[in-house]
Ligand binder design. Structure first.
Ligand code: HEC
Length: 183
């Protein structure tokens, strides 16, 4: 009984291996049928990312400039809060995690294929773009370290560095005239 079971498992395993080899061929023949990685084609344009990710995350990091995260009153229903600061993982933890997520999210500014709202490609090939993305990453790391100290004075400095990293890029790549963005 057990042996039969094992043999069936073995046969199933071999079957899978053959299917995998065959499939490699059929994927090449029909690329459109291939399940592509979800990250392969960026879904959001740059402006959408900025509005929903970089803007709200940085607001959490900016919060301790004026208020003490340790004194934030949790939302009436913390598990449903749309504000990280008043949610289940709120207070200073929200500041720390927002800073870290800004660091990781900087990679999304380097995703090939992403467009700006005016249809231009995000200017990944420009050396200063790459530098400014790195500036954002560094600012996020700096803010994370400051948040760990729970020292609001340090957060003032970190907020300045972060705001400067946003402004550096906006000054060049986000002019008032939308048609001139990302060039
Ligand atoms: C490497 C460049 C770069 C960095 C760094 C950057 N941005 Fe942006 N941001 C842009 C560009 C370019 C646009 C315009 C995008 C478009 O129109 O598609 C933009 C747009 C925005 C918008 C939307 C403005 C609007 O008109 O709707 C917000 C909000 C924003 N950024 C916030 C931030 C914040 C906050 C930071 C820092 C934490 C930041 N950005 C860092 C390049 C950058």
């Amino acid at each position: 009984m057990q042996d039969g079971h094992n043999r069936r498992m073995l046969r199933a395993g071999v079957g899978r291996a053959i299917a995998a080899v065959l499939c490699a061929g059929c994927l090449m023949a029909q690329p459109s049928a291939a399940p592509s990685s979800p990250a392969a084609v960026p879904a959001a344009n740059l402006n959408q990312l900025m509005r929903v990710l970089f803007f709200p995350l940085s607001n959490v990091v900016f919060f301790p400039q004026r208020y003490n995260p340790a004194e934030v009153k949790p939302a009436a229903e913390p598990s449903g809060s749309t504000d990280p600061l008043t949610g289940v993982f709120g207070g200073w933890e929200a500041v720390e995690n927002s800073a870290l997520t800004l660091v990781d999210s900087a990679d999304l500014l380097m995703t090939p294929g992403r467009k700006c709202s005016n249809g231009r490609d995000v200017p990944l090939a420009n050396a200063d773009w790459v530098q400014m993305v790195k500036g954002l990453r560094d600012a996020g790391t700096f803010a994370y370290k400051a948040a760990l100290t729970k020292d609001q004075d340090r957060m003032l400095g970190a907020a300045e560095v972060l705001a400067a990293s946003c402004a550096n890029c906006h000054n060049k790549y986000r002019p008032g005239n939308v048609a001139n963005r990302c060039r």
